[in-house]
Design a protein around this ligand. Structure first.
Ligand code: CDP
Length: 795
């Protein structure tokens, strides 16, 4: 009725509504050690599970001898695929409807695949038992490289798929191939670049784990698990196990980071649940770090070729890309099911490009399955990397300033809503506004002069300036196009206002550290005129929360945040009827004032009631026209996704002697529409930028020719620490989403998506005067030094 919260309007009501830096409610328990994670759960008679994993990447299992393990004092059971088959649990569907072995049925397809499970009275005994399971393997030749796996003589990985004769997984294309080819033929200039978005691993502090707890008395299976999506996991558990869904309860307690890693269902979850069902005792499984890196969902692994066609003066006419994707041993990518390449279609980026064409081939390899959306909305990270890298390549080819070429090609504010040439509907944006702000914050002109000075003076350290003006796409659904395992991607919120004026809000999404207990409370506080301290947010329990599709792809704010606002407004409508009763006025004369949060009689502001008084009225003096009580639920199917954006500018020094890269300046300007909690957003940006630095500089899961994971632990898979992280200078602009009830877009993944191309562009920029067009990630000193050497710049 009042147009919703206004951009940048800090409520300042002192109630902790939209735009206020409310301190995170959940931090009280986290920083005092009172968090409750899966591994904190202890049950009477609880058993422990250890998984026996294959040391080989490709091998047929000839025999499994359990006897020595069963002799270990305290070992209760050893499960293999044969045991699970009795319960029809030997295989499970992946999110992309492939069939994955829970425990290897016949042939191992990647190193560290789950072969057997040892259940024992404590974790140490389970581990001892696991070492005594004797598995005879017939070792086969592995193939861990997507290109090699598509060659005619490559060993066949998926002989479990009927009539399968090669390792081809799927093909995908988007856009207009012919029109794009024509544009390339007619263009003044074309550029092309090959780039690998290397295999990464989302590395949450907490690894994956579960406590299966079957209660034969109630005939109910409770699974506490590290889940970003408890409801969809319950549905999948029901489908796989045959246990009716109402007899399953999934609880995702505190989750120590997810980043997409906790979206798929892993064999360990199924084994813990199945073992507790069979043994009628709770069974805990918690993986170790190397198990997490080596066997759970990886991210990226897109080998991309990018091409741009342009006019002499830098107008981009067309973009084309071809991708070879490594999907690992099973097609277990975590994408909405109709999007085999996720939202990679958005590779036209922030630019008004008439024609585009993208094609992709995916291959099976003897590597862990995955392709999860690591702090990203389904492959948008790869798409942003492609276009933002290519714009820099084109700028260098034309001798144009990379800021100028972006400005020339941006979609303009008046073009929104904008349909891209691959058919995506951008809601709103002001890309030039964000870039201008970032350029100013970065003191761009000064650094360009400094860069030239260093070149002229043959300085030991070169300066590079990288820009990324990215557009994201977050908030999947709508349900008609987006589903996970057939379930439409809506989300939900339920609000119960209690008689004494406080409220419980339950949402279908699940926090993993993003501060949902605070920000959802802020949305409801804003919409109902309540104090944020009077609102408790609950999530992660399928027995009590409304059904939702979970948290990944920054969908919480765009979808469940919208549901919380709409449910609040439903409560507000009913509150009006109760206010009318309390104030002895007609309902149509009651208005709500966002500023004071009070309901009053139109034209008589002194005749007013607060939500607390209304709550009392709802239970103690309800009008005869209404049911007692004050609550509402909303299942929100978004009409469209939201398109947050930003401009990042990274300035680096590159040491010509060592190839070392140091950050001189790191500016990040983000626009996520209306902001709920600026302090939380700032934290999200800092964390995401750190992960972007890890991607660009350090992280890569690698394999040797025998299929051994050579980057499978934190000694070899390097995460950024405070030593590698520079000071960030953050800024923002506000362009509300026109279709979102509170004008908000997501923000959590923007920095991870937007920063890697800015960092690579900066390092390339330090050498582009000498003809360097690309440096592959991770840009370790030796990689950078080799490029310096190639360009004749190394000293
Ligand atoms: O789905 P996920 O929570 O990972 O991502 P998000 O929706 O982008 O939200 C991340 C955090 O930032 C949440 O606590 C949001 O409420 C907060 N946020 C905000 O304060 N204002 C926005 N416009 C967007 C997100």
């Amino acid at each position: 009725e009042d147009g919703g919260p206004q951009p940048e309007k800090h409520c300042g009501h002192g109630r902790g509504g939209m735009g206020e830096d409310v301190k995170r409610k959940e931090d009280q328990r986290f920083i005092t050690g009172r968090g409750n994670y899966v591994d904190d759960i202890k049950k009477p008679d609880m058993l422990h599970c250890e998984i026996v994993r294959s040391p080989h990447a490709h091998a047929r299992i000839e025999n499994i001898d359990k006897s020595r393990a069963l002799d270990v004092d305290g070992v209760v059971a050893v499960l293999t695929a044969d045991d699970l088959r009795e319960y029809d649990l030997a295989t499970m569907p992946t999110l992309m409807a492939d069939t994955q072995d829970v425990l290897v049925n016949d042939k191992v397809k990647f190193q560290s695949q789950e072969v057997a499970a040892v259940i024992a009275t404590d974790r140490y005994t389970a581990k001892d038992g696991a070492q005594k399971v004797v598995v005879d393997y017939d070792v086969l030749e592995p193939v861990v490289d997507a290109e090699a796996s598509l060659e005619d003589d490559a060993p066949l990985i998926r002989d479990d798929i009927e009539d399968k004769e090669d390792n081809h997984c799927l093909d995908w294309e988007t856009g207009d191939e012919e029109a794009t080819a024509e544009a390339f033929e007619e263009a003044d200039v074309t550029v092309t670049e090959d780039m690998l978005y290397q295999r990464l691993h989302p590395a949450p502090i907490e690894t994956c784990g579960a406590v299966g707890d079957y209660d034969p008395g109630k005939d109910k299976l409770t699974v506490h698990m590290t889940s970003q999506a408890p409801h969809i996991h319950r549905t999948l558990f029901a489908q796989v196990s045959g246990i009716p869904e109402h007899k399953i309860r999934i609880v995702s307690p505190d989750v120590g980071g997810g980043f997409g890693n906790k979206v798929p269902i892993y064999p360990g979850y199924v084994v813990a649940a199945a073992a507790s069902y069979v043994l009628e005792q709770p069974v805990k499984w918690v993986e170790e770090r190397s198990e997490n890196i080596q066997s759970t969902g990886f991210a990226r692994d897109y080998d991309m070729t990018g091409e741009l066609a342009a006019t002499d003066d830098g107008e981009i006419l067309a973009v084309r890309t071809d991708v070879l994707a490594d999907h690992g041993a099973y097609n277990a990518v975590a994408q909405p099911s109709k999007f085999p390449a996720g939202f990679f279609n958005i590779f036209t980026g922030s630019y008004d490009i008439d024609t585009a064409y993208g094609s992709l081939t995916a291959a099976y390899t003897n590597t862990a399955p995955g392709g999860v959306a690591y702090r990203c909305s389904f492959r948008v990270t790869e798409a942003v990397y492609l276009i933002e890298r290519m714009v820099k390549v084109l700028a260098d080819e034309l001798g144009m300033d990379p800021a100028e070429i972006r400005r020339k090609n941006f979609i303009q504010p008046e073009q929104f809503p904008y349909e891209s040439s691959t058919g995506w509907n951008y809601d709103s944006g002001d890309y030039e506004g964000a870039l201008d702000k970032a350029l100013e914050m970065a003191d761009y002109d000064h650094y360009r002069e400094e860069q030239q000075r260093r070149i002229d003076e043959d300085a030991d350290k070169l300066l590079g300036i990288g820009i990324s003006s990215f557009t994201e796409v977050v908030g999947a659904g709508p349900g008609k196009t987006c589903d996970i395992a057939g379930v439409e991607m809506f989300d939900s919120a339920e609000i119960r206002v209690h008689p004494t004026g406080n409220a419980t809000v339950r949402v279908g999404v699940q926090t993993q550290g993003q501060g949902h207990e605070t920000t959802f409370a802020q949305i409801v506080a804003e919409e109902l005129g309540m104090d944020v301290e009077d609102i408790t947010v609950e999530h992660g329990d399928t027995d009590t929360d409304p059904y939702g599709l979970g948290t990944y792809g920054s969908r919480s704010t765009p979808v469940a945040g919208a549901a919380a606002a709409v449910a609040s407004r439903k409560v507000r409508e009913k509150a009006k009827a109760i206010a009318a009763n309390e104030l002895e006025a007609a309902e149509e004369d009651i208005t709500w004032d966002r500023e004071s949060g009070e309901f009053h009689v139109a034209g008589a502001p002194d005749r007013s009631v607060t939500i607390t008084e209304i709550a009392a009225g709802a239970y103690m003096n309800h009008p005869s026209s209404e049911e007692p009580g004050l609550e509402a639920v909303n299942y929100y199917d978004p009409p469209e996704m939201t398109y947050p954006f930003g401009s990042y500018i990274v300035i680096v020094e590159v040491d010509r002697e060592t190839g070392e890269v140091e950050f001189e300046k790191f500016v990040a300007v983000d626009d996520c529409g209306n902001r709920i909690n600026p302090m939380i957003i700032e934290g999200q940006i800092h964390g995401g930028l750190a992960q972007g630095i890890g991607t660009a500089m350090l992280e890569h899961v690698t394999f040797d020719d025998n299929g051994n994971v050579t980057g499978g632990d934190f000694m070899n898979y390097l995460l950024p620490t405070s030593m590698e992280i520079p000071n960030f200078e953050t800024g923002h602009t506000v362009t509300p989403s026109p279709h979102h009830p509170i004008g908000a877009k997501g923000v959590g993944e923007s920095p991870t998506v937007g920063s890697p191309p800015a960092i690579v562009n900066a390092v390339v920029d330090a050498m582009s005067h000498a003809g360097i067009t690309h440096v592959e990630m991770p840009m370790t000193p030796d990689t950078v030094w080799a490029k310096l050497d190639e360009a004749g710049l190394a000293t």
